[in-house]
Design a protein around this ligand. Structure first.
Ligand SMILES: [Zn+2]
Length: 297
């Protein structure tokens, strides 16, 4: 599983970069949106537009051309021809839109929407200023006419690339998950990937305010121990990734403390023994947080 460290993708070698773009293009066609960096959004936009243009021709040659591009994605090919292309029958271009997810000041809606924007951008306090540079400016590629509100959290879960939009955790107790991602996560209970656990971890985190990797674990010394250990572990992961050393916790966890908590929650339940042995202090904090000991099950 070749996971990425954000912000460096555009300097990847040709082959992996092409497959990355193809994956992102598939994600856009499948979910009609993807959250990614601005540079990548611009890059894949042309690809998506080209595929839709081909599909609009609707003949056998067009279908073959699209299948050649996505040989392992029959459902996406069908969707492109049966749903997406007909939608744009009366249009020749402009099938996609890039939406900037920045921080804009002085907008109506004030407090709540500002907080929500910040969470999209940085998951709250500790996340700010600690993420790799490439994370800061993001664009989201959405279908034309997409006016969806911005969620608290957008997860990207998949085996190959977490840029597939799989789940969201909203401020007021809702989570939204892609059903295929749910099935995928349940399909192998020991692969360390489970979008449902991931999103509910964000919910627990958000219970105490912004999603910042600090769920309720008790007060005083308990809370301090959590903050100390989790900060240390987060930094350890960042250092490990900077040195390109292998490890159990995937790079996506280094995005922010909120993602760190959500991703390690997945490992805690799906690979407890491995997590306990590789990061014992981290496992111990999660054990206290959840008051469960999956390694003993
Ligand atoms: Zn997440």
């Amino acid at each position: 599983m070749a996971h990425r460290i954000d912000g460096r993708k555009l300097s990847r070698k040709h082959g992996p970069r092409m497959s990355l773009y193809r994956n992102l293009t598939v994600s856009v066609l499948r979910y009609e949106r993807v959250k990614t960096t601005e540079a990548k959004a611009k890059e894949i936009r042309g690809r998506v537009e080209r595929m839709i243009t081909i599909a609009k021709r609707g003949d056998l040659a067009a279908r073959r051309a699209v299948i050649a591009e996505f040989p392992n994605e029959p459902l996406v090919v069908n969707k492109l021809f049966d749903e997406i292309a007909p939608k744009y029958a009366d249009r020749t271009s402009g099938f996609t839109r890039i939406v900037r997810l920045g921080q804009r000041r002085g907008q109506a809606g004030a407090r709540r929407s500002r907080r929500r924007r910040r969470c999209v951008d940085g998951h709250g306090r500790r996340g700010r200023g600690r993420r790799p540079r490439g994370r800061r400016r993001r664009g989201r590629l959405g279908g034309a006419g997409d006016h969806a509100q911005q969620p608290q959290h957008v997860a990207h879960a998949a085996h190959e690339d977490r840029d597939v939009l799989a789940g969201q955790s909203w401020q007021r107790g809702q989570i939204i998950v892609a059903w295929d991602a749910v099935l995928d996560g349940a399909g192998d209970p020991h692969d360390g990937v489970n979008v449902v656990m991931h999103e509910f971890a964000h919910q627990l985190d958000q219970d105490t305010g912004a999603a910042n990797g600090a769920p309720y674990v008790g007060r005083g010394a308990l809370q301090q121990a959590w903050a100390r250990v989790m900060n240390q572990e987060f930094d350890t992961l960042r250092t490990r990734l900077a040195r390109a050393e292998p490890g159990l916790i995937e790079p996506y966890a280094a995005t922010s403390p909120a993602e760190f908590f959500a991703v390690t929650t997945e490992l805690f339940f799906e690979k407890p023994a491995a997590l306990a042995s590789e990061r014992p202090a981290l496992y111990e904090q999660l054990r206290r947080c959840y008051r469960l000991d999956p390694a003993a099950w």
